[in-house]
Design a protein around this ligand. Sequence first.
Ligand code: ADP
Length: 327
Amino acid sequence: MRNKILDILKNQQREEFVSGESISQALSITRAAVWKQIQGLKEAGYEIEGQTKKGYRLVKIPCAIDLWALQQELRTQALGRQLFLFEELPSTNDRIKDMARQGGEHGTVVIAKRQTIGHGRMQRVWESPDGGLWLSLLLKPRLSLGDAAKLTLSAGVALAQTLQDLYRLEVRIKWPNDIVIQGRKIAGILGEVAGEWNTVQTLILGIGVNANFSGQTLSPKIPAITLQDILGHEVNLNHLTAELLFNLEKEVQSLEQGDVQGLIQRWTSFAVGINRPVRIEKAGISYGGIFKGIRENGELVLDQEGQEITFSSGEVSLRAEEQYSPE
Ligand code: ADP
């Protein structure tokens, strides 16, 4: 009912006001029921103007994630066509893994308004308060096992590109897949394998974006920043999600068409510390060298006085030796 009212208001948007009477007739509900639905929509963040004689007018859709609003914005073929929104989940990745086990479709998306035990790599905590975009995606791409693992790189590129295009920000990817702005983490990506690799490749991608909340909400020791901190206002999470899924779908398709080189190139163009001195911390040992880039399998290549050594993304973290400032 709620969505039907929104459909009517949207279709009539150019003619401005829609009378409560015509909504009640179209949907065979009472005027009082229409009024109640409108109140509910206002509470959900829809700005709806009401005038006694004229009726209702949809002025603005909410910045917060909302299924109807997101569906209006979606321009993907598969990603997000199956969409589940929760007020709160322990972890969106865990929920979508359950869906994967039960045969969930390629492109299924789970979003939670907050996570209580969101996680990063190696079960580290990912703090996920209200106002962020906490999204997980189920992918069954037409890719070999090795290539499917590259989808975490694709997600990094899609996310960096989306934030850059929508908000005109200088976005960087810190290997393996932290998204940073002004040297601070604005978003993270967690790729996980789910289910049987020998039947259909099923990959879970978790994407968390610090959006409409203050970075001060997070534990002080975390070097994080939020879109709200940078832009000084809230962003429309429905638009952000739709654009992210659109860009990610393009990346998935390009990988399916075999364009690994294009992916590596795009990834490298966003990477922090390329051709600069960096330190890699691995199992308590620190390796210094020049960051030469990544191999096709995502491994980092470090040049130590002419000798190349590679690191996989497991127990490793990268530190730039100097504050990175783009040319
Ligand atoms: P890294 O590879 O940088 O250690 P992970 O992908 O493992 O990062 O993510 C977990 C880490 O991210 C946590 O240990 C914490 O320091 C940091 N973190 C947790 N929540 C957030 C958040 N909302 N924004 C930015 N960083 C966060």
